[in-house]
Design a protein around this ligand. Structure first.
Ligand SMILES: Nc1ncnc2c1ncn2[C@@H]1O[C@H](COP(=O)(O)OP(=O)(O)OP(=O)(O)O)[C@@H](O)[C@H]1O
Length: 535
């Protein structure tokens, strides 16, 4: 019902008008008309009672309307009966659609859209083996399974995270711990024959899991992706790449890490790697930490960029600073962040450049090569010095074909040539990290621009770094001793390792912080009386 009847006196009654509270009296037709919202807000009986002449007219109008409505209804019922008897089904459907269209007030006409279906088979049958897109789609869909919305869901349990060969199942997996699937690494997936919807960029997609034979024949399994045909390009250019990228990312995060070290025979030996350090637990200048994380993120995303500029997809970091400032912890945090395996190269185990070459070229993609204390791996003298010495001691030089002394067969230039040359182009997404306590002792060849992309100084414990440690150890962001500790940290050099060690001494935050404060005061006094304040 909308606004109805206008009386002789010009009063209009609107039963569904949006109402404003202000209005004048009903005795004046103009005022009622001007504030019709006020009339509408009232009960019709109120209107009738307050104006007798208007009341009788309104009752008449009401009766007429009721009679008309009854007649229309009777005709409608009759017409429906006749239509049911005489019209064929198709025509009735069309009439129903037209009626609903009209009832919706001429809403946009929904022309039935052309649909398209992509079939993604598990096994393409042409001898190319498994279809990795099938596996990606299964894995992706498993993260989208909503056990509250679907009537049938397959549930299984994942193998241990430490297993190299994780089985992703016939129709995908999800980590229950992360996805809230009930813990214990439960796997939820679509039942064969079931369908589920997915929304991407506002477009709805329907996925159906199919099988050509019986439900046990995994080779015959396939997924069907249906959508409005007009979105075909979007599916190929964005939706499918999005699925592949997000699955790759999830797998990377879920990957069990290993650390490899080289044995005396010049090959890698791996073992599980569970270092607890992360960027959250790392105590260092927050700005520097943020810039490292941003650099890593950029590196991961830049496949096309590296291809375009014709450079190998690798990144080098030189970490330097006093012992105990967290260089090894930063390496662990990077490995945990990227979920890349670590290859810890002890150059004394590689007897020659060719052994080094074998080791480096056997490293897979997405790995981190670490050479700790790089300053100790080669002669402490710089290349310039070495060349000068060689000229002066020409007589003492060994003959060119003489074998290098054991353990000293690797040269810095040999290492750098591999890193920049063969190694870097034989794989993708490689990180190389050198650490040193003495940057000033490094060969200029290592320091020249472009060699190591980022030089990271790991320094003594600053106030922000201390706050991270206090949060790690005591889950606290504030304490009455904080101001004094802050003051002392700005006056003495103490490593995060020393602060960590002090905080570990007691589980009672008051006791631990008191101990740390005394330690810092001692260092300050030592510094003041000229005995050195370094930790
Ligand atoms: N920046 C830091 N953040 C958090 N913990 C740290 C940090 N620095 C040191 N630690 C603590 O001190 C221990 C030793 O630190 P780490 O081995 O990372 O230092 P380092 O700089 O690599 O030392 P070295 O040069 O002697 O190898 C770590 O296990 C950790 O507990």
């Amino acid at each position: 019902m909308v606004g109805v009847g206008e009386g002789d006196d010009g009063i209009a009654v609107h039963s569904r008008t949006v109402l404003r509270p202000t209005c004048a009296s009903l005795s004046s037709g103009r005022s009622v008309c001007a504030s019709r919202s006020c009339v509408g807000k009232m009960d019709l009986s109120t209107v009738v009672a307050s104006s007798p002449s208007y009341g009788s007219k309104a009752v008449d109008a009401y009766k007429k309307a009721a009679a008309t409505a009854a007649t229309v209804t009777a005709y409608a019922v009759l017409a429906r009966g006749v239509a049911r008897e005489l019209l064929p089904d198709e025509l009735r459907d069309a009439a129903r659609w037209a009626a609903s269209f009209l009832l919706r007030g001429g809403a946009r006409m929904r022309v039935p859209r052309r649909r398209r279906t992509f079939v993604i088979r598990r096994y393409d049958g042409d001898g190319y083996g498994d279809n990795s897109l099938f596996e990606d789609a299964c894995t992706y869909l498993a993260t989208r399974v909503d056990p509250h919305a679907m009537s049938r869901v397959c549930l299984s349990r994942r193998r241990s995270r430490d297993d190299d060969d994780v089985d992703y199942g016939a129709f995908g997996y999800c980590d229950g711990d992360k996805e809230g699937g009930g813990g214990g690494g439960h796997v939820m997936s679509m039942e064969v024959g079931a369908s589920m919807d997915d929304l991407f960029e506002g477009v709805e997609f329907t996925w159906t899991s199919m099988t050509n034979c019986d439900g046990h024949d995994r080779q015959a399994a396939s997924l069907e992706l249906s959508f409005d045909a007009e979105h075909t390009d979007m599916v190929l250019r964005r939706y499918v790449p999005f699925i592949t990228a997000s699955v790759e990312d999830a797998r990377r995060r879920d990957r069990a890490l290993k650390i490899f070290s080289c044995d005396n025979g010049g090959s890698w030996r791996g073992s599980s790697y569970h270092h607890p350090a992360t960027f959250d637990t790392l105590a260092m200048d927050p700005e520097l930490k943020g810039s490292i994380v941003a650099d890593l993120d950029r590196f991961l995303k830049r496949k096309e960029y590296y291809r375009r500029i014709g450079k190998a997809w690798k990144r080098g970091y030189l970490l330097y600073g006093p012992p105990g400032t967290g260089k090894s912890s930063l390496v662990a945090a990077i490995a945990n962040y990227l979920r890349f395996n670590l290859y810890d190269l002890d150059l004394s185990k590689a007897e020659s450049n060719s052994t080094l070459q074998c080791l480096l070229t056997s490293m897979p993609d997405k790995s981190i090569l670490v050479i700790e204390d790089i300053d100790c791996c080669f002669s402490a003298i710089t290349r310039g010095d070495r060349e000068k010495n060689a000229e002066q001691n020409a007589d003492e030089r060994p003959p060119p074909d003489a074998p290098p002394p054991k353990g000293q067969g690797i040269t810095l230039s040999g290492l750098l040539n591999f890193v920049d040359g063969l190694w870097s182009t034989s794989g993708e997404q490689r990180i190389i990290i050198f650490t040193t306590n003495y940057k000033d002792r490094l060969d200029a060849a290592l320091l020249r621009p472009g060699r190591m992309d980022m030089h990271v100084y790991m320094g003594y414990c600053c106030w922000e770094a201390f706050k991270t440690l206090a949060r790690n150890y005591f889950l606290t962001d504030d304490h009455p001793l904080f101001p004094e500790i802050r003051e002392l940290l700005s006056e003495v050099d103490v490593t995060p390792a020393t602060v960590s060690e002090m905080l570990l001494r007691s589980e009672d935050v008051d006791v631990a912080l008191q101990g740390l404060m005394e330690c810092l005061q001692e260092k300050k006094q030592g510094k003041e009386i000229g005995k050195g304040g370094k930790a």
